[in-house]
Design a binder for this molecule. Structure first.
Ligand code: SF4
Ligand code: URA
Length: 214
Protein backbone atom coordinates (compact mmCIF):
# COMPACT_ATOMS: atom_id res chain seq x y z
CA UNK A 1 0.00 0.00 0.00
CA UNK A 2 1.44 3.37 -0.97
CA UNK A 3 2.17 6.19 1.44
CA UNK A 4 -0.86 7.94 2.89
CA UNK A 5 -2.97 4.81 2.62
CA UNK A 6 -2.57 3.73 6.23
CA UNK A 7 -6.07 3.42 7.60
CA UNK A 8 -6.93 5.12 10.87
CA UNK A 9 -9.59 2.56 11.80
CA UNK A 10 -11.50 -0.49 10.59
CA UNK A 11 -14.51 1.40 9.20
CA UNK A 12 -12.29 3.44 6.87
CA UNK A 13 -10.51 0.27 5.80
CA UNK A 14 -13.86 -1.41 5.07
CA UNK A 15 -15.00 1.60 3.09
CA UNK A 16 -11.86 1.36 0.94
CA UNK A 17 -12.39 -2.36 0.36
CA UNK A 18 -15.95 -1.70 -0.83
CA UNK A 19 -14.55 0.75 -3.39
CA UNK A 20 -11.52 -1.37 -4.33
CA UNK A 21 -10.77 -2.36 -7.94
CA UNK A 22 -7.11 -3.24 -7.48
CA UNK A 23 -7.64 -6.68 -9.01
CA UNK A 24 -10.21 -8.08 -11.46
CA UNK A 25 -12.29 -9.60 -8.63
CA UNK A 26 -13.40 -6.07 -7.82
CA UNK A 27 -15.40 -6.13 -11.05
CA UNK A 28 -16.95 -9.59 -10.76
CA UNK A 29 -17.99 -9.54 -7.08
CA UNK A 30 -21.51 -8.81 -5.85
CA UNK A 31 -20.37 -7.43 -2.50
CA UNK A 32 -16.91 -7.09 -1.03
CA UNK A 33 -16.35 -8.86 2.30
CA UNK A 34 -13.87 -6.85 4.39
CA UNK A 35 -14.41 -8.79 7.64
CA UNK A 36 -16.43 -8.59 10.86
CA UNK A 37 -15.71 -8.46 14.55
CA UNK A 38 -14.64 -6.17 17.36
CA UNK A 39 -11.68 -3.86 16.69
CA UNK A 40 -10.07 -5.02 19.95
CA UNK A 41 -10.52 -8.75 19.30
CA UNK A 42 -7.76 -10.85 20.84
CA UNK A 43 -8.36 -13.57 18.29
CA UNK A 44 -8.39 -13.12 14.54
CA UNK A 45 -9.49 -15.78 12.08
CA UNK A 46 -8.24 -15.66 8.50
CA UNK A 47 -9.84 -17.78 5.79
CA UNK A 48 -9.34 -17.98 2.05
CA UNK A 49 -11.93 -15.97 0.15
CA UNK A 50 -15.65 -15.25 0.17
CA UNK A 51 -17.86 -17.93 -1.39
CA UNK A 52 -21.30 -17.49 -2.91
CA UNK A 53 -23.20 -16.78 0.32
CA UNK A 54 -20.52 -14.41 1.57
CA UNK A 55 -20.50 -12.58 -1.78
CA UNK A 56 -24.26 -12.07 -1.55
CA UNK A 57 -24.35 -11.04 2.10
CA UNK A 58 -21.07 -9.13 2.42
CA UNK A 59 -20.10 -11.17 5.51
CA UNK A 60 -17.42 -13.83 5.90
CA UNK A 61 -18.20 -17.45 6.79
CA UNK A 62 -22.00 -17.36 6.58
CA UNK A 63 -22.39 -20.57 4.51
CA UNK A 64 -21.83 -24.23 5.38
CA UNK A 65 -18.16 -23.73 6.30
CA UNK A 66 -19.24 -20.83 8.51
CA UNK A 67 -21.75 -23.03 10.36
CA UNK A 68 -19.00 -25.53 11.07
CA UNK A 69 -16.65 -22.73 12.15
CA UNK A 70 -19.32 -21.41 14.57
CA UNK A 71 -19.74 -24.92 15.98
CA UNK A 72 -15.98 -25.35 16.45
CA UNK A 73 -15.74 -21.96 18.15
CA UNK A 74 -18.63 -22.82 20.48
CA UNK A 75 -16.87 -26.07 21.32
CA UNK A 76 -13.98 -24.11 22.81
CA UNK A 77 -16.16 -21.56 24.59
CA UNK A 78 -16.02 -18.79 21.99
CA UNK A 79 -18.68 -17.09 19.93
CA UNK A 80 -18.48 -15.02 16.78
CA UNK A 81 -18.67 -11.84 18.82
CA UNK A 82 -15.32 -12.69 20.45
CA UNK A 83 -13.33 -12.89 17.23
CA UNK A 84 -12.52 -10.86 14.15
CA UNK A 85 -13.11 -12.93 11.01
CA UNK A 86 -11.76 -12.11 7.58
CA UNK A 87 -10.14 -13.67 4.51
CA UNK A 88 -7.00 -13.40 2.40
CA UNK A 89 -9.14 -12.12 -0.49
CA UNK A 90 -11.93 -9.66 0.23
CA UNK A 91 -13.80 -10.46 -3.01
CA UNK A 92 -15.12 -13.79 -4.32
CA UNK A 93 -13.17 -15.53 -7.08
CA UNK A 94 -15.52 -16.67 -9.89
CA UNK A 95 -16.92 -20.18 -9.21
CA UNK A 96 -14.88 -20.28 -5.99
CA UNK A 97 -11.65 -21.04 -7.81
CA UNK A 98 -8.37 -20.79 -5.89
CA UNK A 99 -7.00 -17.30 -5.25
CA UNK A 100 -4.41 -16.33 -7.86
CA UNK A 101 -1.05 -15.09 -6.56
CA UNK A 102 -1.55 -11.64 -8.16
CA UNK A 103 -4.95 -11.28 -6.46
CA UNK A 104 -3.59 -12.31 -3.07
CA UNK A 105 -0.70 -9.87 -3.55
CA UNK A 106 -3.02 -7.00 -4.52
CA UNK A 107 -5.29 -7.67 -1.55
CA UNK A 108 -2.64 -8.33 1.12
CA UNK A 109 -2.28 -4.70 2.32
CA UNK A 110 -5.83 -4.84 3.69
CA UNK A 111 -5.03 -7.88 5.80
CA UNK A 112 -1.74 -6.35 6.94
CA UNK A 113 -3.56 -3.21 8.02
CA UNK A 114 -6.23 -5.24 9.81
CA UNK A 115 -3.48 -7.04 11.74
CA UNK A 116 -1.87 -3.68 12.57
CA UNK A 117 -5.13 -2.09 13.75
CA UNK A 118 -6.54 -5.05 15.68
CA UNK A 119 -3.24 -6.32 17.13
CA UNK A 120 -4.58 -9.79 17.90
CA UNK A 121 -2.73 -12.08 20.29
CA UNK A 122 -3.70 -15.16 18.35
CA UNK A 123 -4.39 -15.63 14.64
CA UNK A 124 -6.14 -18.78 13.46
CA UNK A 125 -4.89 -19.52 9.97
CA UNK A 126 -7.59 -21.46 8.08
CA UNK A 127 -6.21 -23.72 5.39
CA UNK A 128 -3.30 -23.71 3.01
CA UNK A 129 -3.98 -20.46 1.16
CA UNK A 130 -4.07 -18.39 4.34
CA UNK A 131 -1.02 -20.30 5.56
CA UNK A 132 0.96 -19.53 2.39
CA UNK A 133 0.11 -15.86 2.76
CA UNK A 134 0.60 -15.37 6.49
CA UNK A 135 3.51 -17.74 7.05
CA UNK A 136 5.35 -17.86 3.72
CA UNK A 137 8.21 -20.33 3.60
CA UNK A 138 6.85 -22.35 6.52
CA UNK A 139 5.82 -26.00 6.30
CA UNK A 140 2.61 -27.27 4.70
CA UNK A 141 -0.75 -27.29 6.46
CA UNK A 142 -0.58 -31.07 6.90
CA UNK A 143 2.60 -30.66 8.98
CA UNK A 144 1.85 -27.38 10.73
CA UNK A 145 -1.85 -27.71 11.64
CA UNK A 146 -2.54 -27.45 15.37
CA UNK A 147 0.91 -26.01 16.11
CA UNK A 148 1.70 -22.53 17.42
CA UNK A 149 4.06 -20.39 15.33
CA UNK A 150 5.20 -17.17 16.98
CA UNK A 151 6.05 -14.41 14.49
CA UNK A 152 6.51 -10.71 15.33
CA UNK A 153 5.02 -11.27 18.78
CA UNK A 154 1.83 -12.82 17.42
CA UNK A 155 0.88 -16.49 17.86
CA UNK A 156 -0.30 -17.99 14.59
CA UNK A 157 -2.10 -21.33 14.76
CA UNK A 158 -2.68 -22.99 11.38
CA UNK A 159 -5.71 -25.27 11.33
CA UNK A 160 -7.40 -27.23 8.56
CA UNK A 161 -9.99 -25.22 6.63
CA UNK A 162 -13.57 -26.11 7.69
CA UNK A 163 -14.58 -26.35 4.00
CA UNK A 164 -11.82 -28.91 3.45
CA UNK A 165 -13.18 -31.00 6.35
CA UNK A 166 -16.72 -30.80 4.92
CA UNK A 167 -15.36 -32.06 1.60
CA UNK A 168 -12.96 -34.67 3.04
CA UNK A 169 -14.60 -36.14 6.12
CA UNK A 170 -11.32 -37.73 7.26
CA UNK A 171 -10.12 -34.21 8.10
CA UNK A 172 -12.96 -33.62 10.58
CA UNK A 173 -11.22 -35.38 13.48
CA UNK A 174 -7.91 -33.54 12.91
CA UNK A 175 -9.79 -30.22 12.61
CA UNK A 176 -11.50 -30.84 15.98
CA UNK A 177 -8.10 -31.69 17.45
CA UNK A 178 -6.73 -28.44 16.03
CA UNK A 179 -9.40 -26.48 17.89
CA UNK A 180 -8.51 -28.33 21.09
CA UNK A 181 -4.92 -27.15 20.56
CA UNK A 182 -6.26 -23.61 20.10
CA UNK A 183 -8.13 -23.91 23.41
CA UNK A 184 -5.02 -25.19 25.19
CA UNK A 185 -3.05 -22.24 23.87
CA UNK A 186 -5.74 -19.69 24.81
CA UNK A 187 -5.95 -21.15 28.32
CA UNK A 188 -2.18 -20.84 28.67
CA UNK A 189 -2.27 -17.22 27.49
CA UNK A 190 -5.04 -16.47 30.02
CA UNK A 191 -3.10 -18.14 32.83
CA UNK A 192 -0.02 -16.04 32.00
CA UNK A 193 -2.15 -12.90 31.92
CA UNK A 194 -3.51 -13.62 35.40
CA UNK A 195 -0.03 -14.25 36.81
CA UNK A 196 1.21 -11.00 35.25
CA UNK A 197 -1.78 -9.09 36.66
CA UNK A 198 -1.16 -10.53 40.14
CA UNK A 199 2.52 -9.57 39.96
CA UNK A 200 1.63 -6.05 38.83
CA UNK A 201 -0.72 -5.44 41.79
CA UNK A 202 1.11 -3.07 44.16
CA UNK A 203 1.72 -4.55 47.58
CA UNK A 204 2.06 -2.11 50.46
CA UNK A 205 5.44 -2.60 52.09
CA UNK A 206 5.53 -3.03 55.91
CA UNK A 207 7.65 0.14 56.41
CA UNK A 208 5.07 2.18 54.45
CA UNK A 209 2.35 0.81 56.68
CA UNK A 210 4.40 1.97 59.68
CA UNK A 211 4.76 5.53 58.38
CA UNK A 212 1.10 5.62 57.48
CA UNK A 213 -0.28 4.28 60.71
CA UNK A 214 2.57 4.31 63.23
FE1 SF4 B 1 -9.44 -5.13 -4.05
FE2 SF4 B 1 -8.92 -7.38 -2.73
FE3 SF4 B 1 -11.26 -7.11 -3.93
FE4 SF4 B 1 -9.07 -7.43 -5.40
S1 SF4 B 1 -9.93 -8.93 -3.95
S2 SF4 B 1 -10.68 -5.92 -5.74
S3 SF4 B 1 -7.55 -6.31 -4.18
S4 SF4 B 1 -10.50 -5.88 -2.21
N1 URA C 1 -14.50 -19.97 3.05
C1 URA C 1 -13.59 -19.01 3.33
O1 URA C 1 -12.39 -19.22 3.28
N2 URA C 1 -14.04 -17.82 3.68
C2 URA C 1 -15.33 -17.52 3.79
O2 URA C 1 -15.63 -16.39 4.14
C3 URA C 1 -16.27 -18.54 3.50
C4 URA C 1 -15.83 -19.75 3.12
Amino acid sequence: MGPGLDFVDLPSLSAAVHQCRKCPLGHSRTRAVPGVGPSDARIMIVGEAPGQNEDLQGEPFVGAAGKLLDQLLRGIGLSRGDVFITNILKCRPPANRDPQPAEAEACSPYLEQQLRLIKPEVVLVLGRHALARLLPGYESISRLHGKVVVKDGVSYIPVYHPAAALYNSFLMGPLEQDFKAVKTHLDRVEERRQVAAALATPVTKPEEQLTLFG
